[in-house]
Write a protein that binds this ligand. Structure first.
Ligand SMILES: [Zn+2]
Length: 452
């Protein structure tokens, strides 16, 4: 690839719905970039095109000759589409910045092709007030690498006994409400939250579906593999029961409900039925649940421990089919960094969670059989719409924002060094196909694939 500059200035965050309350930070206007001969997500199918970017905007798509002064990128054999959008990341700020912070998490996102993320509120302290939400949104804006929104906790301190400042959080720009890392066990309290959220424009509940009374003491999916290891299991029912309860609450309250990290085929069936009924229910699946099953746990590698756990081949198949058909709306990474020393312990003692931003795209492409158009729908267009990122998930067309990812679908890479501060990835040292070459945020190049 003929390409040799690294010096474009990072660019300012633009005013999407999440940032209206804050002044934009503007940097030097980037140069013109011509990306030539890429397979482009145009909104009307994948087409071979040249794409000219001038400043923060895509200005021409077609057969374009390079204007003087433009940087030209020969993208023959590569794919260009809207930057990826992840509605489920843990950036550990505030409180556990040695695992990750907004700056390092944003760099990891850029390496993985992401131009927008929603940060979960299970920080220390939890993001449960207007004040702390505003503070974290400002930190994200200062990093200038992507659009960062924060989810707000549903309950105060994520303790599950009283509601958080839901209205104040919404005023700060929060649209997604979740006690992620845990579930709201109290049905009445969650019903109250959902009734409130139903009245707030754009707001929705996101649930980490886990009946803790069924998972306490468990470490992996309850099945033949856990029995073989003599390790207490996490039954699929712990997820399915909560999904069922929450769909009932969506019906009762009219609130939008998003089920996080779906893992069990029984949950897929419930989401399919809810959609058929016309309820405002959406769902996400992680790349690791698409790529792996509990059969991978033979070595008891703590980097394969997460909640929900890797389940069986029948679950993996149901998740994959549901992602293809759209019953599962989006992929979300559940990027959950833990320090090396946290994971350098026996499986039973290890914390739950794996990182995912830098390996997501190739894993999803593989699950989708290389269908790049569906990949962009599930990893950019739909998540951007669900979380109201107005400048994300757009077709590559004249007048659209230059938030883009360029990748080589044939290119291989082996994750070794991560931009994330943590390296708790199940895919460490494995060769993956589908390499992000460049991430462009508001016209500024964030990554050339050389950061790995
Ligand atoms: Zn979760």
């Amino acid at each position: 690839m003929a390409f040799s500059h690294r010096s474009l200035a990072p660019n300012g965050v633009r005013g999407d719905e999440h940032s209206d309350a804050h002044p934009c930070v503007m940097f030097e206007r980037p140069r013109m970039i011509l990306i030539s001969n890429a397979l482009v997500f145009t909104g009307q199918g994948m087409k071979q095109r040249d794409v000219l970017i001038d400043g923060e905007t895509v200005t021409e798509v077609g057969s374009v000759s390079a204007p003087s002064g433009a940087s030209v990128i020969d993208a023959t054999g590569m794919v260009l589409g809207p930057g990826l959008v992840d509605l489920h990341v843990h950036f550990r700020e505030p409180g556990q910045e040695w695992k990750e912070n907004i700056e390092s998490g944003s760099r990891a996102a850029a390496v993985g092709g992401f131009t927008a993320v929603v940060m979960m509120p299970n920080t220390i302290p939890a993001i449960d007030s207007e004040e702390i939400a505003r503070e974290m949104i400002a930190v994200g804006r200062a990093s200038g690498r992507l659009d960062l929104a924060v989810a707000g906790a549903i309950t105060a301190g994520r303790r599950g006994d009283s509601l958080s400042e839901i209205v104040g959080l919404h005023r700060a720009g929060v649209r997604m409400f979740s006690d992620d890392g845990g579930c709201v066990a109290d049905r009445t309290l969650l019903g109250k939250a959902m009734s409130l959220v139903a009245r707030l424009p754009g707001a929705f509940i996101a649930e980490h579906a886990e009946d803790v009374s069924l998972t306490v003491g468990g470490h992996m999916h309850e099945g033949a593999v856990s029995a073989g290891h003599g390790i207490a299991g996490l039954p699929a029912r712990a997820e399915v029961d909560v999904v069922s309860r929450d769909i009932d609450l969506a019906r009762e309250t009219g609130a939008r409900l998003h089920i996080q990290h779906l893992s069990a085929s029984g949950s897929v069936d419930l989401v399919r039925d809810a959609k058929f009924e016309g309820l405002p229910v959406t769902a996400e699946v992680t790349p690791h649940h698409l790529a792996l099953t509990d059969q991978a746990l033979s070595t008891l590698d703590p980097n394969l421990k997460m909640y929900p756990p890797l389940r069986e081949a029948s679950d993996q198949l149901a998740l994959t089919e549901a992602l293809i058909s759209g019953v599962i709306d989006i992929v979300a990474t559940d990027h959950a960094p833990h320090a090396v020393e946290d994971k350098a312990v026996p499986f039973e003692d290890a914390p739950r969670g794996v990182i995912g931003l830098e390996t997501a795209m190739p894993l999803v492409l593989e699950a989708l059989g290389g269908d790049v158009a569906t990949m962009f729908e599930r990893m950019s267009v739909t998540p951007a719409r669900l979380a109201a990122f107005g400048r994300q998930g757009r077709p590559v067309a004249p007048g659209e924002p230059a938030n883009l990812v360029l990748f080589d679908p044939e290119g291989r890479f082996t994750p070794g060094e991560f931009e994330s501060k943590s390296s708790n990835s199940p895919f460490l040292g494995q060769s993956l196909q589908g390499r992000v070459v460049m991430t462009i945020y508001e016209g500024g190049i964030q990554d050339e694939g050389t950061m790995r």
